[in-house]
Design a protein around this ligand. Structure first.
Ligand SMILES: O=C(O)CCC(=O)C(=O)O
Ligand SMILES: [Fe+2]
Length: 285
């Protein structure tokens, strides 16, 4: 067979971009190829409904606690609050959650995540106390919310703010809600993890642009699903246009290389200062 035919045959057999995989004891060759070529993977039902409950309970407990105690920053990373779906105020982004929830820490250390860890390399650790730690997000579409979605960005650029070259990094998302493409949710541009530093820095204005991209893939989740994406891949969270809706996700940083540990004495990270300014500009706090 000539090379064009081989390529065509491979493309015919390749899974579609919205392929949803099952996580086993080891990743399959197909899953590894998919991640290598497209820069992401989507797994169905990695958490049981009870485990989804552990994550959402931790989120509610911590946001209540930190609102009651008037805490606005954990280890130099701001927590920001705003209206939720009910009467009470909620948090849109909670950093270092596993440090304050032993149940969550135990869950994230479960052996089922080992095959994912191996993807990152040897001596991989969960960055419970590094960068922003384990983060739980809430995107709420109600009046007064400063976070109905999240604009285009890559996660790797954050490393530049820590004055180091973006490390090879994979980000693991656990998804707590059922979200169809019409209901917003995670959007990824496949293959952009391979486009080099310039594309990573300048392809789109960070966090400002929310415009759909013609090659974006919408990740349609059920509660308990997991996604893995390369830190250099462009992605965003599309807003659910239906009022009074929310979406929740948890992100686990798997780290290699020298740790940058954050403690109570850590100063506010510069890019978070920018984020705080942007939210004030939108009328949040
Ligand atoms: O909520 C999500 O699925 C994506 C969150 C995200 O991209 C981020 O926090 O960097
Ligand atoms: Fe991200």
């Amino acid at each position: 067979m000539n090379t064009t035919l081989v390529k065509k045959e491979r493309a015919r057999r390749a899974p579609p971009l919205n392929q949803v995989f099952t996580l086993g004891a080891e990743l399959t060759a197909e899953q590894r190829d998919f991640l290598e070529v497209h820069g992401f993977l989507h797994f169905r039902g990695v958490l049981t409904p009870d485990e989804v409950g552990i994550v959402s309970d931790a989120q509610e407990r911590l946001e209540r606690q930190w609102i009651e105690q008037d805490v606005h920053e954990i280890r130099g990373v701001p927590i920001f609050f705003g209206p939720g779906l009910g009467e009470r105020e909620v948090s849109y982004r909670l950093p270092f959650c596993s440090e304050f929830s032993p149940e969550l820490k135990t869950l994230l250390n479960d052996p089922r995540f080992e095959p994912i860890k191996e993807l990152v390399g040897r001596d991989v650790r969960i960055g419970h106390n590094e960068q922003d730690g384990v983060v739980i997000n809430r995107y709420v579409n109600v009046e007064g919310s400063v976070r109905p979605g999240l604009g285009w960005h890559t996660d790797g650029l954050r490393d530049l703010f820590y004055l180091r070259k973006p490390q090879e990094m994979l980000n693991f998302g656990l998804h707590l809600d059922q979200v169809s493409a019409e209901e917003g949710g995670l959007r990824l541009i496949p293959g952009t993890h391979k486009q080099g530093m310039l594309s990573m820095m300048f392809r789109k204005p960070y966090f400002i642009s929310h415009k759909p991209h013609k090659h974006e893939v919408a990740v349609e989740t059920l509660p308990g699903d997991m996604t893995v994406h390369d830190g250099r891949l462009w992605h965003r969270v599309a807003q659910n246009k239906t009022p009074n809706t929310q979406r929740r996700s948890l992100y686990v940083p798997y780290m290699t290389g020298p740790p940058i540990i954050r403690t109570e004495k850590s100063k506010t990270v510069f890019y978070h200062k920018l984020g705080r300014l942007a939210r004030r500009f939108k009328g949040g706090r």
